[in-house]
Every structure is written in structure tokens, then in C-alpha cells.
Design a binder for this molecule. Structure first.
Ligand code: HEC
Length: 132
């Protein structure tokens, strides 16, 4: 009886270890729909992407419209909405909670890399407006 218990313990242990070492940092980023570890964000590129995919609701330069809130706003400063919340917003959409514009739908045709560029652009505009 003891022996079976010990065997199960070893088996569980080795399954757990395998679960860990199959994931390298690159795969973790991919699973979480984040850009690769060597990704370099370009705010200039982000500006064009924001214009194409986000501005119809979040406004030119992220200043808001009647369809969505401004992102260049204290509510979205890095300490209150970390970069991860941008990735989640684009991948899964956002239930209305801070404002009264309704829900944000998932934005299907924007990749994690493209979101990374957009974040760099929004953070740059926030810094210009002294939102840190
Ligand atoms: C169809 C309109 C629409 C489009 C297009 C849109 N959004 Fe939104 N988004 C919203 C609305 C509305 C909210 C506010 C939800 C609330 O908090 O009430 C929001 C909220 C957000 C938030 C805050 C998430 C949070 O955790 O509170 C982020 C970040 C965001 N949007 C990023 C983006 C980006 C980046 C794009 C372009 C790739 C985009 N949105 C495109 C409507 C839109």
C-alpha cells in the first residue's frame, strides 16, 4: 500500500515538472497573446494602426468620440490600466464598466504585435499630456 502511494507521488511530481519545462518564455508570450520576447514597439507604426482600428470609437489621437472613451485620460494611465489590459481589451472585448458607451467588441484583425505598437503610441500621447 505504501509503495503504491509513493509511486503515485513520484508520478504526480514528474507530470508537474514536465508541465513546467515544456514552456519556454516565447511560448508563454504566445499563449497569452502577447508579442514575442524580442518585440520592439514602434509608436509611429502604432499611430497608423490606432487610426485604422481604434479611432472610430476612441477618437483621433485617443481623445474619445460618442462611441467610446478617450484613452489619453487619467483612467488609462499605466498604473491603473497596465499594458496587459490593452491586449485583453482587443482579444476579448470589454464589458461596459467605466463609462456609458456600451461594450467594446473584440477586435479580431489586430495581432498582439500590432497591439504592442498601439500601446507604445497611446503611452507616448499620454506622456505628452502629462498622464503618467
Ligand atoms: C466599437 C467601438 C470600439 C472600438 C473599435 C475599440 N474600442 Fe476600446 N473601448 C470601447 C468602449 C466603449 C470602451 C469602454 C468600456 C467601459 O469601460 O465602459 C473601451 C475600452 C477600451 C480599453 C479599456 C479596457 C479596460 O480594461 O477598461 C482599452 C485599453 C481599449 N478600449 C483599447 C482599444 C484598442 C487598442 C482598440 C483598437 C485596436 C479599440 N479599443 C477599439 C469601444 C471601442
Amino acid at each position: 500500500m505504501m509503495k503504491v502511494g509513493f509511486f503515485m507521488f513520484l508520478l504526480a511530481g514528474s507530470v508537474m515538472l514536465q508541465g513546467c519545462d515544456v514552456l519556454d518564455p516565447e511560448q508563454i508570450q504566445q499563449r497569452q497573446h502577447l508579442p514575442g520576447t524580442d518585440f520592439v514597439a514602434d509608436p509611429q507604426h502604432g499611430e497608423a494602426l490606432f487610426h485604422a482600428h481604434c479611432a472610430r470609437c476612441h477618437g483621433e489621437k485617443g481623445s474619445g468620440t460618442d462611441q467610446g472613451p478617450p484613452l489619453v485620460h487619467q483612467v488609462y494611465r499605466p498604473g491603473h490600466h497596465a499594458d496587459l489590459t490593452f491586449h485583453w481589451a482587443v482579444k476579448d472585448g470589454v464589458k461596459q464598466h467605466h463609462w456609458h458607451f456600451g461594450d467594446m467588441p473584440p477586435i479580431a484583425d489586430v495581432s498582439p504585435q500590432q497591439v504592442g505598437h498601439i500601446i507604445a503610441y497611446i503611452r507616448r500621447e499620454q506622456r505628452k499630456a502629462d498622464i503618467r
